[in-house]
Design a protein around this ligand. Structure first.
Ligand code: P6P
Length: 337
């Protein structure tokens, strides 16, 4: 009998849950429902170029960004897949100003889901990699309908986090606190199959990823760090290569697999950077630390930030531990070369 094993995400979740004595099975049911929602979104994203689903709906989302039809579809697909399973007490989405309550006629559960339904959606029409990002917490309120208090938890309280990358292949990369694992969708059978077990990020890389169009808005420390990366020094693999997709899921996937650093710093126009803490910074930081990497705002560990608002922004420096530590030294003025 061959050693080849077909491990679906459902099997991996259930086997992982068996490792948690006393697990209720609710968690594996929750992740299974999420995986179904991701297949529904994949189906629409993969045919977006074929049907008239591209183009804007002619209105903006709460952040003033133009809303693409796929954004709304993905937001609703996740909400409708997750609102009735009895696993969640409340949800929150990038597409909605306020928390999303569970309909009264459905049971509530002990988890909280916070998600960015389709991150990088400005790239949809260019067929550039886009993704869904999700974050799961245990509720902190005792029972019944959940609330904003259940959502505004620091990232170290996450029980799971991950992203779906809709690219040349469609992958789920997630962690429940026991390493980071990747599952690639086999469209012929409609299953996500284990393809990247226990992903570990190199301790140092040689790629940096940042939107250098913002250079003149950066602090001196940030500018000095980029100059450092661009200098010739064979001993430290410099100059680094510059890579920037402009879609967080694509940039994080490359950083996770190849090493290096992704940055979205604060600048004179965006004093807290552009990325959102609850559904971009925290889930990516959880994954990166689980893979042996590091994630800070340049001064503080992302996962230790106590959120005050659902859609608050944070600067983000994330990737190989040694690269992020060096970036922090420049940002904190401890070195200038
Ligand atoms: P910029 C996409 O809009 C997004 O939220 C992230 O996916 C991405 O990392 C970032 O913004 C890109 O921002 O300013 O470089 O276009």
């Amino acid at each position: 009998m061959s050693e080849y094993k077909i491990i679906t995400i459902e099997r991996h979740i259930i086997e992982g849950e068996r490792a948690h004595p006393g697990a209720s099975g609710s968690f594996s049911g929750l992740l299974r429902d999420l995986a179904l929602a991701f297949k529904v979104i994949w189906r629409e994203v993969s045919k977006a170029g074929l049907v008239d689903i591209l183009g804007s709906m002619g209105h903006e989302n709460i952040h003033g960004d133009e809303v693409k039809k796929l954004d709304v579809f993905a937001h609703e697909a996740i909400y409708k897949s997750m609102d009735h399973g009895g696993h969640l007490c409340v949800m929150a989405s990038e597409e909605n100003e306020d928390v999303l309550n569970i309909p009264e006629h459905y049971p509530t559960g002990k988890y909280v889901l916070i998600y960015d339904p389709l991150d990088g959606s400005s790239n949809i029409d260019a067929n550039v990699t886009i993704g869904t990002i999700f974050s799961l917490y245990r509720r902190v309120t005792p029972s019944g309908p959940g609330s904003l208090d259940d959502c505004l938890q620091p990232g170290y309280k996450q029980v799971a986090a991950g992203y779906v990358m809709y690219g040349s292949s469609t992958m789920i990369v997630y962690s429940t606190g026991n390493g980071v694992h990747g599952f690639t969708l086999d469209p012929s059978i409609g299953e996500f199959l284990l393809s990247h077990e226990n992903i570990r990020i190199p301790k140092r890389g040689k790629i940096y990823s940042v939107n250098e169009g913002n250079y003149h808005r950066w602090t001196e420390g940030m500018k000095n760090y980029i100059h450092y990366l661009q200098e010739e020094d064979n001993a430290s693999n410099r100059p680094y290569s510059a890579r920037y997709v402009g879609s967080l899921v694509g940039d994080i996937q490359r950083t996770l697999l190849y090493g290096g650093i992704f940055m979205y710093p604060a600048d004179s126009k965006n004093p807290n950077g552009k990325l959102r803490l609850m559904y971009e910074g925290n889930p990516m930081a959880f994954l990166m630390e689980q893979a042996g990497g590091r994630a800070t705002d340049g001064f503080k560990r992302i996962l230790d930030i106590q959120p005050r608002k659902l859609h608050e922004r944070t600067p983000l420096f994330i990737g190989s531990e040694e690269d992020v530590v060096i970036a922090e030294q420049f940002l904190q003025g401890k070195r200038d070369h």
